[in-house]
Design a binder for this molecule. Structure first.
Ligand code: SF4
Length: 637
């Protein structure tokens, strides 16, 4: 039996495991005791990571749509067709773009960026999961100047205080949740900020319950309480005493409850504090403000200069961070350098030997709305973006859609040209987890049919647009990444010592922080007294890796069978007040539109809140718009 050390393709914790194959067929997964993240533990997703490549319907041959049907083609003819159609659109002055992927390797994302910027001569490059995490990254960057400096997962286990702003950590990032449990077992205190009393919230010493979109106000309260507590003598401070006093004055009107005061006291007295934050419901600017406040809380209360303290953003998929650091963003170059950073631009132009456009491009949603031609790598944007069904319709309107994927996703079915690529079980490359650990992906079996490793397919596309060179391997692409994004040179330099091939990116010490408070929250009114919000901002059920795994897709499939016309959840007291019961339908109306959907009762929800599971957003996207949380009127129908 072949047993290959590789990296989990699911969440951004980045556990390592052995992928097992017999006679070329994937047969299972075994945990790796010595892996620096997994330490011999895996969640259900990791244990079943071999299932999707085995059970999912695979794309095995390049295909081109002719007379309305996808028909098999040779690679040569398919690439020629793709290049001529895209060049035709560019010559006609139409917009084209590229979507990379949070489930593709760094090497694939890097080449997707090179294809867009050097080949198609556009900064219309993004990835769909960026929509959920961009406000968090921007908020942290506003304060620290750098969005990706992060505490390590191992730091959680040695902390005496953990502050968690979450959707549902135990579901989204099980490995991080296990570290929190370990810390609690050693006596750590957990402070949770959120709307729903999740598993973590129930274990917390303090649960600061907020309305959706109100997390920023709760964090401001914690910050105000820490600032009012004054600086503990002898503690290194990330801000000067004048700035400390100025912030304290700015937050003078923030209400601090006894609970918040108690939690702030623990933060201020902690020897080691870790701050964890994932995407929550709310408008992008609210999330950005909340993330900035949280970064400031981590900088002041957690004193990042104390060993092991710091902030860790809970990014949604295995390679969200890697895609960002490969420059898969309309305003960022490799290394997440700003598009207007002259040194970053010059470096990239030198490496690529080509001029690149100056102006920021369109993000993923903007491309779906305005582009005529789109290349999509290993993703189904409509399954990720909040627009849901509208994103699907936008994809179907595209004049020319090219999809590179391993699986028959809805995006593949809508494409005009399909290029088959390997799954993560069949390719080489690297993924960067949320703590900045760059880890190897290794093949345990061969790609089926004519499928190519993704980096090879993208290299062939780059060549068609005079934007490539001969790369001999994924490692050769990584060498180039180290030139384009110098922080990655440590990955190339350090020979993998333990067989796992894992390198933690290094960051200089945080020099200074700056922050201005941002107040927010959803404004309700007598006409619209409820807050409607997404429950989390991720739909694992539509992810091809889950949808094609018989074990992992059971929950989603049964929920979709039980609620074929959508679902919202509310408190039973609110339901009584409205005169409705579980399963009855309600009409929800907001400033954006209205929808009718059944309800499910959830007694632990705060009153005045209606939660919509993200996977059911097709029924509610018109009511929520792109806000993530909005005020609604709820009526019995
Ligand atoms: S915690 Fe995340 S990375 Fe680890 S096994 Fe589970 S899904 Fe994979």
């Amino acid at each position: 039996m072949l047993s290959v050390p590789t990296t989990c393709p699911y969440c951004a914790c980045g556990c390592g495991f052995f992928l097992q194959a017999r006679d070329g067929d994937l047969v299972g997964v075994a945990p790796g005791e010595s892996h620096p993240v997994a330490g011999g533990r895996l969640c259900a997703r990791g244990w079943n990571a071999h299932e999707a490549p085995v059970w999912g319907k695979r794309v095995q041959q390049p295909m081109v749509r002719r007379d309305g049907e996808l028909r098999e083609e040779s690679w040569e003819r398919a690439l020629q067709y793709v290049a001529s159609r895209l060049k035709g659109l560019i010559q006609a002055g139409k917009l084209v773009g590229v979507l990379g992927s949070a489930r593709a390797t760094n090497e694939e994302n890097y080449l997707a960026g090179r294809l867009a910027r050097a080949g198609l001569q556009t900064n219309n490059i993004d990835f769909s999961h960026h929509a959920a995490c961009r406000p968090l990254l921007a908020g942290v960057e506003d304060v620290t100047g750098e969005p990706f400096r992060a505490a390590r997962l191992a730091d959680i286990e040695t902390s005496d205080v953990i502050v968690l702003v979450e959707g549902d950590l135990a579901k989204t990032h099980p490995r991080a949740a296990a570290s929190v449990l370990t810390a609690l077992g050693k006596g750590a205190r957990l402070i949770v900020v959120g709307c729903v009393p999740t598993q973590m919230a129930r274990l917390a010493a303090r649960f600061v319950q907020t309305l959706p979109g109100g997390e920023g106000n709760a964090i401001n309260g914690l910050l105000a309480a820490v600032l009012r507590g004054g600086a503990e003598e002898g503690r290194p401070q990330a801000i000067s005493s004048q700035e400390h006093d100025a912030l304290r004055r700015e937050l003078a009107d923030v209400e601090v409850t006894e609970e918040t005061q108690g939690a702030a006291g623990w933060i201020a007295a902690a020897k080691q504090a870790v701050f964890l934050m994932g995407p929550t419901a709310g408008r992008a600017e609210q999330l950005r403000g909340a993330a900035a406040a949280f970064a400031m809380l981590a900088a002041i209360g957690g004193a990042p200069r104390r060993q092991g303290s710091g902030l860790l953003l809970l990014l949604g998929r295995s390679n969200v961070r890697g895609a960002g650091e490969m420059g898969v963003a309309p305003d960022r170059l490799p290394g997440y350098a700003r598009i207007d950073d002259a040194a970053g631009r010059e470096r990239l132009q030198r490496v690529w030997g080509k001029a690149i456009p100056h102006e920021p491009g369109l993000d993923a949603a903007g491309m779906l709305e305005s582009a005529s031609g789109l290349i999509v790598l290993a993703d189904d944007p409509a399954a990720v973006l909040p627009q849901g069904r509208r994103a699907r319709a936008a994809m179907e309107r595209l004049e020319f859609l090219v999809v590179l994927d391993a699986f028959f996703t809805p995006a593949v079915k809508a494409a005009h040209a399909v290029l088959p690529v390997a799954s993560l079980a069949e390719t080489e490359g690297t993924l960067t987890n949320m703590e900045g650990r760059v880890q190897r992906v290794r093949p345990a079996s061969a790609p089926p049919g004519l499928a190519l490793e993704g980096w090879k397919a993208l290299a062939r596309l780059c060549a068609r647009f005079d934007a490539g060179r001969e790369w001999s391997s994924a490692a050769d692409v990584l060498n180039e990444i180290a030139e384009a994004a110098p922080r990655y040179s440590s990955v190339v330099r350090q020979a993998p010592a333990d067989g796992w091939g894992s390198t933690l990116l290094e960051w200089p010490e945080l020099a200074s922080v700056a922050w201005r408070p941002n107040r927010g929250g959803v404004l309700t009114s007598p006409e619209r007294p409820y807050v409607l919000a997404w429950d989390g901002v991720s739909d694992w059920g539509s992810d091809p890796l889950v949808a094609h795994s018989p074990t992992l897709s059971r929950d989603t499939q049964s929920e979709r069978k039980l609620f074929p016309s959508g679902l919202v959840e509310m408190n039973s007291q609110d339901a009584d007040a409205l005169g409705v019961r579980a399963g009855w339908r309600v009409r929800l109306s907001s400033a954006h539109g209205e929808a009718v959907t059944p309800i499910r009762l959830r007694k632990e929800l705060p009153r005045g809140v209606v939660l919509a599971p993200y996977g059911f957003r097709d029924w509610l996207a018109d009511v929520l718009g792109e806000d993530g949380a909005t005020a609604v009127k709820v009526e019995r129908v």
